[in-house]
Design a protein around this ligand. Structure first.
Ligand SMILES: [Zn+2]
Length: 117
């Protein structure tokens, strides 16, 4: 059973909206790597060169890095989901290859696994 076209459109819209939001947040703390979509590098702000400045920079960087890693993971999942929609293979569990229930996709359009997995 294929996913209803209208529902698919809605899910796609939700994914695109979340992607945009994530990218906005990412751009505050990181910069995109080359042309690879969804790949970011945490920015290192050079505040100053004395000892305290360097400590602050490292703290800030460490903090940004963990946020960036979490955001990037979510972004990658969204990009994958969008790619699957384009290829017409969206909504299939990556573990058991069964269809992911539509309710689960509605709750989280970037789900890659079914309820069981
Ligand atoms: Zn499964």
């Amino acid at each position: 059973m294929a996913i209803d076209k209208q529902i698919l459109e809605e899910l796609k819209k939700a994914l695109l909206e979340e992607k945009e939001k994530l990218e906005k947040n990412m751009n505050k703390i990181a910069k995109p790597v080359d042309d690879k979509e969804g790949d970011y590098e945490t920015s290192f702000d050079d505040i100053g060169n004395d000892k305290d400045d360097n400590a602050t920079e490292v703290d800030q960087y460490t903090q940004n890095l963990s946020v960036e890693t979490a955001l990037e993971k979510r972004l990658q999942k969204i990009i994958k989901a969008l790619d699957k929609i384009d290829k017409g293979i969206y909504g299939v569990c990556i573990n058991c290859q069964k269809e992911i229930p539509i309710e689960r996709l509605k709750a989280n359009p970037s789900s890659q696994t079914c309820n069981r997995c």
